[in-house]
Structures are given as C-alpha cells and as structure tokens.
Design a protein around this ligand. Structure first.
Ligand code: PEP
Ligand code: MG
Length: 852
C-alpha cells in the first residue's frame, strides 16, 4: 500500500489537535489529525476522493480518499448551532472531487464572531489500516502544502509478498481464548527463531495481504487475530516443513489458554470495556465530584498540575549518509538497551523490573528493527525512521479491540520517546512539579510514572488509560494514589486548582468549597498523626477494648509482600490472591512451583494463618495464559470457582500444592478458600476434590472456606456454613453484585459503596448463618481496610479482618480502641438506615467518639 498525502485545505495556522479547545478533537476521540485556524474562507479538498457526507449545517464534510481512508473536516467549533448560516456547500454526498477542489465556503466575517472559534480539525476518522507517519510542523501553512502523510504499518513492516516464496504452509484456526496477543505471539517468534527457516503469517480471511514475519511479535499482535480466526503459516528455508509442523503443534496446544473451537461462544464485536457512547465534555462546576476508576488506592489533597513531557530534539533531516545514520541508530539502541537492563537490575524482583524487561525485549523485535533499517536505507534520518516505525505500531495497537492490547500502545510511544533522547545524546530534563501536585494528564507512559516519587507527587489522574495498564501497576507499586479513565472533562482543570483525590473511593473533587477543603485538610492531618501512632503500636494483638479477639491480617499477592506485612503487624494472611502468581508469565506455574510459593509464604508468616484463595480469574481479572472464553458479560460468566470446576487441570494441581504446603506448615495454619461460590453444590465439588487429593497425597485436608461474594452465598450462608470450615466475605464483589454496579465501569464505579445498607444486611445474614453452625466469618474485601466499616463489621459478627498491608496498623489500632458492645449497637442501627450516606454519618459519629 503506498503512502497517501493530504494537502492543507486552507491557508492558515496549523496546530496539533491537542490545541483544539474541544476534548472530542483534542482527545482524538474521532481520530488522529491536525487543525488549521483558517485565514481564508474556502475549504478545499486535501486529496482526490468522494464526498461521503456534507452535514446539514454545512459546517462539516467527510471525504473518502484512496484506500478507504476517510477524513472529516469540521469548520470551526460549535458552528453547528448556526444551522448553515454563513456557509455555502459546493459539493454534495456522492460527488467525486480532485485535490484542491472547492468544498465549502464560509463567510468568516459573519460566522467567526458568533462561535467559539474557527479552528478546523482535519481528522482521519477511518484509517483503513493506515497510520499518520508524517505531519507538517505547527505554524503558518499555505493551502496545498503537504499536511499529513499516511502509510500502512503492515506494509512497512512486512516483506513484500512477491519476495516471499513459501515451500511449506499450513492453514489452521486459532484455539487461543484471547487470540494472538503479546505473549503467545512472543512464544511463536521464539519457536520460529530456533529453526533455520523464514516464517510468515497471514490471516486466512485476507490471503492476498502481505504476510508478516512471525519473528516480529508486535506485527503479529497487530494482525488482531482472535479466537476461532483462521490463519496461514508460510515458511521457506531448509527447515520450512519442520517449523510449520512445530508451530502448528504449539498453536494446537492453546499455549495455556485453549478454548476448543467447537465450543466457541457467539463472537462479540464489542470490546470488553465498551467506550462510552456519548462523551460528556461539559465544564466542571466548583465542588463537583468526578468519578473514575481506581488504579492505585489512596487519599491525597493537593493542586492540579500538568506533567510536562519535554519533546526530545528529533532530527528530521538525514545526513545523507545512510551508513552513518545506521551506525548512529545502532549505537543509541545499544546504549538504550544497556540503560534498561541496568534499571531492571537495580529494581530486581519488582513490578517495574518486569516492565523494564518487557520493554527491553521489544527492542529486539526484528520487524521493528528491519523497518527502521529500511527507512534509513531509503534516506530517512535515524530519528525519523524510529519515530515513524514506533508511532505506526502504537497506532495499530491502539485500534485493537481488546483493551489489554490497546493499552500496550503506550509502551511503544514511551520507547520511541526514550530512544530519541539517546539519539540526541541528551538526558530528558528533570521533572519539576509544584508542591502537593496531583498530576492531571490525558494519559501517561510508564517511564513518566517510573520517574516520579511519592515525595514529588501526591496523586495521578488520567483522562484515559485503564486499570491494567503498566502505568497503573507502577503507580500502585510506588504507593502513589491514582485514578484512570476519568474522562475528558478532567483536562479542563486548570493548573493550581485545589483537588481532593480519593483514589480508594474512585472520586476526584474539584475546587471544593472552603469548608470541604478545611475538613479534608484536617482529615489528612488526622490520618497522618493516626498513622504514626498506629505504626508504633502495630505489634500488639487485635482485640477490642472489651476483650473480643479480632484477627487483623493482610491481603497478599506474592511472596515478597509477606515478610513486610508481618513486620507491619499482620497477624496472618486472610487472602492470598493466587492469580498474581499466574499472571505475566509464559505459562501457568506447575504444582511444584506453586507448592514452593505457598510454602515460602507460609514460612514468612511463621506459623500465622495463611488463607490461600483458589485461582480467581474472569470478570475484571484477565489471565492471558489461562483458558477462558471471551464473554459478553464476564462478571456474570465463567469466573472464580466456576473456572476451576470446569477445568480440573487447573484446580487439581493448585489443591495439591496447597495441601503440600499445608503439610509442611504448622497444623491448621494453611487454609484454602473458594472464590465466587454461589451454590452449595460448588462447595461440595471443591470439598470432594480437596479430600480426594489429600487422600492421594496421604496428608490431612486443610480447612476449606467459602468466599462470600455473591448475594446467593450471603443468603445461603447457613447452608454453606454447615459444610465449610469458615467464611470470608469479599465485599468488593459482593457490593458490585448486590448493587448491580460493575466495579470496573467508571460510569457507576463511583457510586459503588460497600456501606450501602443492602450490602450490610447481606453481611449480617452471612454472619447469622455462620454462627448457627459455629463457624467464623472474616472480611477480605475492601471494607476491611475502611475504618468506617470496621466497627460495623465487628458489630455484625465478623472476627477476622484482612486488610491491604499498608492499612494493617491503622485497622489494628482502631480495633483496639473499639468496644464490641458499642459495635453491636452501631450494627443494629445501620441495618435500619436507608442509605449509605446515613450509615456513614452513624459510623463517623461513633469513630469520632473513640479515643485512638
Ligand atoms: C472481593 O471481591 O472483595 C475480593 C476480596 O476479591 P477480589 O477483590 O480479588 O475480587
Ligand atoms: Mg472478589
């Protein structure tokens, strides 16, 4: 596919879309492009094409250009309100136009004073597989001058079809539940590299498309092949037949995420997280509370700040010596690789190190390197070749229907940016932020967040992004409270605006009134003082002032968290989220590996209880390497224990690993619990599997608990308690299911409140049911970390609280300050409340009356 050049349709001032004071364009919600503030009143065709539509108000026109690319030109902002007054259309839908033809005339004298501005976004609304690979520099531009160059990422990265003569090939359907995403693509590349053959892949649906090289995981990923799609593998070279056979065998195994093709669910065209259908761009009123999605929990007060991302000095003009450009690129790339390796080593074992290693591997992508090399050979500077290649990759990924893949586009943008500094032989300038900065950004890239420290920044809020992006993971690992997907309205917050960020409650309060601000400041100061006192007393036992024993434990996700949690006063682990041991790896850990992990954690807990939750995937917890179907409504689909019961090959090794770890630990210390139980039969099935494996291993079965996360489990707690050893309430899921509000959906996530009386009544029922069989109840969901909830939970009958590790000292201190009798009084009062707000008032009154 050759490049497509769009010419400036007006004389005027050119600027990036970011400068358009309308988030719909600035956010590129309609697509990428540029904007021109016109100096003349006639819009011309930027290229040859056909008119798709002229808006009834004649202020906007869409053209279809060569290759199916569509471009929208929207003259001025809010011009639709003029209903055509001052506009004359020279063409209509269906007309064929040539570059430079007149399209629409506008009477600037009449229109400009009556609208928000005349800046005209020129947006590629349909890329048809193209990406912007070059754009004119901002400033004065003459009509007809080159504005944008579009090229095809695939065409750039793949070898010409004609040049590839396959000697072996196979066509097969993809049995991978999540399609050909990053890790399976990397495994295929790895396998292909071990054969003396050149292997290409092409979607069978487009047999004439240029096959892309299997050794380039990013290009393979960009094909967007999904479960059930047919693909053709082509190979040439001495080992062509052998490599095709090996690849076909590997694909047929499902690489850990096999979903049989015969059982394929009806394909869903909607991405898992559907974008909002209408974009709210209304201005933010002072005191307004915006809702978003929690990426890293926490609380912060501060001022809005924009994180400058200085542009590296890119060199568009080549030296004219391709050899010199290639040498320069090779040198910079080596330096960048070494820098990433060093940083990964410095942070070995951390989440950030894993991301740095993944970035380092992307720099070996043969297809990317070949594409850059080709561009330099054709005469591009090293800087321009790298920029074009990486931007094209990012654009292709961003268009992927799977949000987890789309969120990886930022990694390419980040690498592009970082290597440009190496090419320039400079360091990016140090970040400077005002005090108590709450950074607002459209989106951030991983290295930006990695460079921040909690001392520098109080919190982060991004308009876009997702909770599974690398940005979210890094923010959480640094303890910086962060919200993502806050929507385009946050971008209108001026720097310096006072903000209250409650990342735990997923809200951002903008410019609160003086009273709210003073309360928040006092609250922050109180939290600080309380935290210091609680930390000092964290070694004391969890027991109420009138003697009721309440175990205060920590929720853990991996080995390295166990010892620090104990040092922080955790009396055990009330929830080990084992799915973290299964994520971000090439294959699921086997029984031995799991045994080693659980044993190490039990040892770090030194005889304290360890409750191991069976794998909980599905819903909001994607597990790329585990066999799961894409579902229209995953929160109500095959998740939690339903996955384990359907796929015994995952459940059984885990049960055996838990039993083996239990046999090696203090008696009864290791326990297991099943997530998302909704029925007694499910508990029985888990019990049977546990007993069977214990018998095979010749060890005693460990205590088995039920996670109460469905309203069904809460109301059936008595029946469940008759057959299990303990219950632990997962209030995060229990709340989303009780209130029918998706915890990952920003439109409702801000209203989800675990203190809703509906949820509290379910917890009350659960405790009653458990008590009728003498079983204990814990809480391992978010409510256990919420000081307002603690007296209510104790009053309802909960005797174990498993909190976020950082909250353990504070929760323990609070428990020690409460009397169980007062808690019971509060519990019966809140059960009669009619709203979460009322519950909060009652709980606050009680907590404030308690001396801590
Ligand atoms: C819960 O749902 O409350 C819980 C603890 O499980 P998770 O948050 O891991 O779904
Ligand atoms: Mg849960």
């Amino acid at each position: 596919m050759s490049s497509l050049i769009l010419a400036a349709p007006f004389d005027g001032w050119l600027s990036p879309l970011d400068d358009v004071p309308d988030p719909v364009f600035a956010q590129r919600l309609l697509g990428d492009g540029l904007a021109i503030d016109p100096l003349d009143g006639t819009l011309h065709a930027p290229a040859d094409g056909t008119v798709v539509s002229v808006h009834a108000a004649r202020h906007a026109i869409t053209l279809r250009l060569a290759g199916g690319v569509e471009v929208l030109m929207h003259i001025g902002l809010e011009t639709v309100r003029l209903n055509g007054e001052g506009f004359v259309a020279h063409v209509e839908a269906g007309d064929t136009v040539a570059a430079g033809d007149r399209l629409i005339s506008v009477d600037l004298g009449t229109v400009a004073p009556r609208v928000k501005g005349m800046i005209t976004p020129i947006v590629i609304t349909e890329t048809a597989g193209h990406a912007v690979i070059e754009r004119a520099a901002p400033g004065r531009i003459a009509r007809g001058a080159p504005l944008l160059v579009l090229g095809s990422a695939q065409a750039e990265s793949a070898a010409p079809a004609a040049a590839f003569a396959a000697t072996a090939q196979a066509t097969l359907r993809l049995p991978l539940a999540h399609g050909l995403h990053a890790r399976p693509a990397a495994r295929l590349a790895e396998l292909a590299k071990s054969y003396d053959a050149d292997v290409r892949i092409v979607p069978a649906a487009t047999p004439n498309a240029t096959p892309c090289r299997l050794r380039s995981p990013s290009a393979v990923m960009a094909l967007g092949l999904r479960h059930g799609d047919a693909l053709t593998l082509l190979a040439s070279g001495p080992a062509a037949a052998a490599v095709i056979e090996a690849l076909a065998d590997l694909i047929a195994t499902g690489m850990g995420e096999l979903r049989p093709l015969a059982q394929q669910a009806a394909p869903t065209s909607a991405p898992a997280h559907k974008p909002a259908e209408s974009v709210d761009t209304s201005p933010i009123a002072p005191g307004e509370r915006l809702m978003a999605v929690t990426a890293a929990a926490g609380y912060a007060i501060g001022q809005a700040a924009w994180l400058e991302r200085p542009e590296p000095p890119r060199t568009a003009h080549a030296s004219g010596d391709a050899g010199a450009e290639i040498a320069h690129f090779t040198q910079a790339l080596a330096a960048f690789r070494a820098a990433l390796e060093q940083r990964a080593q410095d942070q070995a074992g951390s989440e950030q190190a894993a991301i740095l290693i993944a970035h380092r591997q992307l720099l070996d992508d043969e297809d990317i390197l070949e594409s850059v090399g080709d561009a330099m050979t054709r005469g591009d500077s090293a800087s321009l070749a790298w920029q074009r290649t990486m931007q094209a990759r990012a654009a292709t990924l961003r268009a992927a229907p799977d949000p987890h893949i789309a969120q990886r586009a930022d990694d390419f943008i980040d690498l592009e940016w970082q290597l440009q500094w190496h090419l320039a032989g400079q360091e990016p300038p140090a970040v400077s932020l005002p005090e108590a900065a709450i950074v607002i950004a459209r989106d951030l890239v991983p290295s930006q967040v990695a460079a921040l420290s909690p001392a520098q920044v109080a919190g982060l809020v991004t308009a876009q992004g997702g909770p599974t992006s690398h940005v979210a993971i890094i923010a959480a690992s640094k303890g910086i409270p962060a919200l993502v997907a806050a929507g385009p309205r946050v971008l209108s917050i001026a720097p310096g605006t006072p903000l209250l960020l409650d990342a735990t409650g997923a809200t951002l309060t903008v410019d609160p009134d003086a009273a709210t601000w003073a309360t928040a400041q006092a609250e922050a100061a109180r939290r600080q003082a309380r935290k210091a006192a609680a930390q000092a007393a964290s070694g004391l036992e969890g027991r109420t002032s009138d003697g009721l024993r309440i175990e205060v434990c920590a929720n853990l996700g991996k080995r390295s968290e166990a010892a620090p949690a104990v040092a922080n006063g955790a009396e055990g682990c009330g929830l080990l989220r084992t799915e973290f041991l299964f994520l971000d790896r090439a294959s699921a850990p086997d029984e031995d590996e799991q045994t080693a992990d659980y044993t190490a954690i039990a040892q770090a807990l030194d005889g304290r209880p360890l409750i191991i939750r069976l794998l909980d995937i599905g819903g909001d917890k994607p597990a790329p390497y585990l066999p799961m179907a894409a579902e229209e409504n995953p929160a109500l689909g095959v998740r939690g224990i339903r996955v384990g019961l359907a796929q015994r090959e995952m459940l059984v090794p885990q049960l055996r690993a838990v039993l083996r770890a239990g046999a090696g630990a203090a008696a009864g210390a290791v326990k297991v619990m099943a997530p998302m139980i909704a029925r007694v039969e499910e508990l029985r099935a888990v019990r049977a599997a546990l007993d069977a494996e214990a018998a095979k291993l010749g060890v005693a079965a460990v205590p088995l608990g039920v996670m109460v996360e469905t309203p069904a489990a809460a109301v059936m707690a008595d029946a469940l308690a008759a057959e299990c050893d303990f219950l632990s309430i997962g209030t995060n899921d229990l709340t989303q299911y009780a209130l029918a509000m998706d915890r990952g959906n920003p439109a409702v996530a801000g209203s989800i409140d675990g203190l809703d009386p509906a949820v509290l009544r379910l917890i009350g029922l659960c405790c009653e049911g458990a008590q009728s069989h003498g079983k204990w109840v814990g809480v391992c969901g978010g409510l256990a970390s919420d000081p307002l909830a603690v007296p209510i939970l104790i009053g309802l009958g909960v005797t174990e609280l498993s909190a976020a590790p950082a909250m353990v000292p504070e929760i323990k201190a609070l428990v020690r300050a409460l009397s169980a009798q007062d808690c019971r009084g509060l519990a019966s009062a809140v059960l009669q409340a009619s709203s979460a707000a009322q519950v909060r008032v009652l709980a606050t009154q009680m907590i404030e009356g308690v001396a801590q």
